[in-house]
Design a protein around this ligand. Structure first.
Ligand code: MN
Length: 234
């Protein structure tokens, strides 16, 4: 007997591809937890690259906010933080990819905000529990249009900045990443079969802080572009 859906299956979320009419269907959202030393230190835990591997978490793709100008202040927190990040959009399959070949998997780059319920993250750390409610909540993965690698070339350096209500709060350079983009792709591809549509949020530099309803976040990354996001009232 032919099966039918009880209700319409959910559509896959998608991102815009800058300067085209094409959509980038989003598969998984991987995030690197601590990838700038100055941010790791402001979180109270320096990273020893020689002794540690990158650590990752995921966000459910349904929590993606692609090219929308606002999000609601999230429930369940009184300390919601911005984290401005370079996002890598994967365009090819890859498993156990060598670092030298890793850039070939990249379709393009975008600006992203890894919105974080910092109070819930602090609580999770104290209790030794998972980060899910701190990191993976509705509207928590903000994304600008993706710029294809054919436009930008390989991005391995450049200013990354975030302004809160026009005040500069985060300002660093992508070259300050502890693990470079090819190192992340090579490492992540040992753990997962990377697929077209996967996104990788590559970690945030120092200067994270909290937002309140009414705030305006403006992020930019050299050669990649920018994003602008209003936080609306609870
Ligand atoms: Mn982050």
């Amino acid at each position: 007997m032919d099966k039918t859906y009880l209700f319409p299956p959910f559509r896959r979320p998608a991102a815009l591809v800058s300067g085209t009419s094409q959509l980038f269907p989003v598969n998984r959202i991987f995030c690197v937890a601590k990838n700038y030393q100055a941010h790791a230190k402001e979180m109270g835990m320096a990273v020893d690259k020689g002794a540690q591997s990158p650590s990752y978490f995921q966000k459910n793709p349904v929590n993606l906010v692609a090219c929308r100008p606002e999000i609601d202040y999230p429930p369940g927190t009184s300390d919601c933080h911005y984290e401005m990040e370079l996002v890598v959009a994967i365009g090819k399959t890859g498993f156990e990819v060598k670092e030298d070949d890793a850039n070939e998997l990249i379709f393009g780059y975008a600006c992203g905000l890894d919105m974080t319920r910092r109070d819930l993250q602090r609580q999770a750390k104290e209790q030794g529990g998972p980060w899910d409610t701190a990191k993976d909540f509705e509207q928590s993965a903000v994304l600008s249009p993706i710029v294809s690698k054919s436009e930008t070339g390989i991005i391995d350096s450049g200013r990354v900045e975030l302004r809160l209500n026009q005040e500069l709060r985060q300002s660093s350079d992508l070259s300050m990443m502890i693990w470079s983009v090819p190192e992340i792709i090579a490492d992540l591809s040992r753990l997962y079969h990377l697929e077209p549509g996967d996104l990788i949020y590559t970690g945030t530099p120092e200067g994270v802080g909290s937002v309140t309803a009414g705030d305006l976040l403006e992020g930019s990354i050299e050669r990649v572009g920018g994003l602008s996001l209003h936080i609306t009232g609870p």
